[in-house]
Design a protein around this ligand. Sequence first.
Ligand code: ZN
Length: 246
Amino acid sequence: MDVGPSVQDTLALVYRLQTIDSEMAHINQEIEASREALREKEEALENLAQTMESEKNEILRLGRDRRDREEELRTNEHIISENKKKNKELKHSREIQAYLAEMEFRRDEVERLQEEILRIMETQENLEKALKEREAEFVGRREEMEAFRTASAEENSDRAERIRGLEVEKAALTEQFPAPLFQQYTRLRQSHRNGLVISRITNGTCEVCRMTLPPRTLTEVKKRQKIVPCLHCQRWLFMEELPAGN
Ligand SMILES: [Zn+2]
C-alpha cells in the first residue's frame, strides 16, 4: 500500500491511534471487571440474606413444633393423673390390665415427647447462635460492599473521564488520517488478535510477535516509502524516529 512520502508520519499516527484504542479497551475492561466484582459482592450478600431468612423460618417452625409437643405432653400428663384417680375404682383383672397397658403407653409417650422437646430446644439454640453470627457477618459484609460500591463508582467516573479525553484525542487524530487507511486500520483491528495492527521494531525484532526481522525488511522499512508488513504476524512495521546520534 503506497501512502506517499509521509509514510513515517502516517505510521506514527497509526501507532498513536492504536495506543489510544488499546488504552480505551483496557479502561473499559477495568470498568467491566469492577462492575463484575460489585455484582459478585451483591450476589454473595443476597445469598447470605436468603440463608438467614430460611434459618429464621426454620427457628419459627421449630417453635411451632415444640409448642405442639408441649401441648401433647400436657394432654398425656393430664390423662395419667386422671387415670390415677380412677385406679381405685377398678375391680376386674381385665380392667386393671387395660389400665396398666394404657398407663405404660402414656408414660412412654411422655418420655418420648420430653426427649423430642429437649432435642428441638437444642436445635433451636444452635440455630439461633448461628443466625446471630450470620447477622453480624452480614452487617460487616454489607458495609464492605457499600464501601466498595462508593470507591468503584468514583474509580469508574475517573475512568469514564479518561475515556472521554482519549475519544477527543482520537477524533482529532482520525481527522488527519486518509479515510481508506482509517477503514483498513479499523478492519484489521477487528481481525488481528489483541486488536494490534501496527508493530514497533525494537532491536531488529517485531514487538508483537518477537521474531527477528530479516535485514532486507529492515532496509525496506528504513526507506519509508511504503507500509511494510511483518513476515510472521502481518502487522505494519513501524520504526520510531531515533534521537540524533543513534
Ligand atoms: Zn511480527
